[in-house]
Structure formats: C-alpha cells, structure tokens
Design a protein around this ligand. Sequence first.
Ligand SMILES: *Cc1c(COP(=O)(O)O)cnc(C)c1O
Length: 366
Amino acid sequence: MDICDLAPAHIRAIAPYQPGKPISELAREMGLDEAGIIKLASNENPLGVSPLAARAIERAAPDLARYPDGNGFELKRALSARYGLGEERIVLGNGSNDVLELAARAFLTPDLAAIYSQHAFAVYPLVVQAIGARGIEVPAKNFGHDPGAMRRAITPKTRLVFIANPNNPTGTLVPGAELEAFIRALPRDVVVVLDEAYNEYLPAQARYDSTAWLERFPNLIVTRTFSKVYGLAGLRVGYAFADPGVADLMNRVREPFNVNSLALAAAAAALDDHEFVRRSIELNRAGMKQVTDGLAKLGIAFIPSFGNFVSFRVGDGAGVFRKLLGMGVIVRPIASYGMPEYLRVTIGLESENERFLAALEQALAA
Ligand SMILES: *Cc1c(COP(=O)(O)O)cnc(C)c1O
C-alpha cells in the first residue's frame, strides 16, 4: 500500500502552485553571482520595504517571544480608520492568499461549486480543490473576465465566484460600473470574492469604490494585500472586508495566530507611509510606460495592464524564459495559466526594466 493513496483523490489531483524562481536558486543552478541577477517574476515592489514599516519591525522584534495579538487589534483599527468600515467587517490573513482560503473554507463543501475565469489567479482553483468542491473555469474574453459568461455559468450549486480586479497574470480590469452591475444581478446565495491585490495601482480614471458596496451586498468579500504596493510580500499579510456575519465565519475557520507580530506591526505602519505608496505608484507608472514602449519597439504584442506587471507574447514562452535566466533575468512563464506563448514581467526599477528589455531583445535574436 502506498500511504499517499489514503489521501482523498481531490487532494492527490492538486497541481502545486508554481512560484517565481528565487534569486538564490538561480544563482546556485547557473553558478551566477546573486548580485548580478534581477527578479521580475513575482510582482514584488522594486523599492523594497516601506521605511516606516522597517522601523516598526525593529520596534516589534524584542517582543518576539510573545504570541501575536490574535485579533490584530491595532492593524484592524488602522484599516478601519483608513476605509471607514467597522473592525467587525475585517478579517486578517497570512497574506491575502490565506483570506481567499478562509472564504472557501467558510462557504464551500464537496457538493458545491465555485466559479473563476480562465487565465485568472492560480490560487482560486487551489483553494477550491483543497475542499473537494467543484471548480468551474469560465472562458475569458480578450484575456479578461467575462461577467456575462460568468453569470450564465452559475447553477444552484454555485456558492462562490472569484474575481481578480485587476487580474493577474493578464492585468485586465472589469470597469467598476460593470462589476457592480454583475454583483447586483447575482443570486443572493452566491458569495463574490473580489480580489483587489493591485487596487492601489489603479489610475484615477479607473478607480471605483468597492468598499462602499459592502453595505448593500452582504454577499461581497473584498480582499487586499500588503504584498504589492506596500512592499511586504515576505512578511505575509493581507485582509478582507466583508459583512460582519461573514467576517465572523471566516474568523472562526482562521488559525488563531495566522498573522505574525512583525507583520501586524509593519502593515499598520506601512498603511500610513503615504510617501512610499506615492513613490511606488509613480515608479510603476513610469516603468510601465518604459517597458511597454520597449516591447512595442521590439514588435512584441502585450496585454495592456492595470497592475505592476505586464504579459507579452513571445511564441515559445519556455524557451525565451530559459534564455533570459541564462542572462540573469528572472521573469514568469505563465503556461500553467493557459498562456504558453506568453511571459509575465514585473515592472522594476528603471535600470532593471532596461536590462530586461536588452536581454529580451538578445533572447529573441538568438
Ligand atoms: C499577488 C496577488 C495576491 C497577493 O497575495 P498575498 O498572499 O497577499 O501575497 C492576491 N491576489 C492576486 C491576484 C495576486 O496577484
């Protein structure tokens, strides 16, 4: 008997998440110097950690022998003040990935189904499959979510709908008005998880206020993260806003100390680091232009993106990815998202973007 056969079939069938290649791993594999490698593979903030968050981490470190505040009082208070929503509407997570999983755990069973789009964030099928629920992938429209098709895919068994806005890895955005109409038309027993990991990067003309919808839609869960614009991906902290009853359910299935004390302290400080957020957004805006102008000049098609990354078409994604690795440039293959001809690059510092474009030109010429 193979001990692994004892695990349920839906667990054995899970395809593991494929993270961006770490710098240290590439250095080991290729015998390269870590300092000469650039990683533009995981949509991390190229400016690093917010300075206010870094100071908060130093101040919190001496208390590490103690358990964290399991209710995250200070961070919830800071989020509540920022967004004008009661603390009873907030769920904190070990990254927003954790919060996505809490939503699935709170609402799904093996006889229910969840819906997500083709080319949408890989974590949705993972958390659905971990429960043994049915995952329904709805074909994308122009690489983005197709709300009409998603609406039509709903059956009486559907309990959750995941929407990433903007979506990763395609960078597409469902306009706020269209999204609100979609949620308004949903059956009341379908819960929408609106994943807004890149919300802070949206330009003024694309902004919409999903937090204001919560009052009207008790079936709406909005998730956000400190991993992107706040520069805290390594600490793992994210959160959800939801109906107070829904938040209570999600908190019941949460591990009691799911967010560590350094993360709690750093996130609260980062939320107030307006200067860092402003610089991060500005760097991304300029870098997005630099990268997309560069791609256009090389004659490479790309999908216009609302995030801090852009996906572009190279034909042989795996081959170009390997050539770039050889030049010390790590981007992200997205074949597992059904896009084998594309690669995704995170917008980096100006010098990193330049090096990426030069390496790409060379990779395509070779
Ligand atoms: C990066 C990302 C997240 C953030 O995940 P964390 O667990 O908060 O680091 C969530 N959703 C999408 C679509 C993302 O791309």
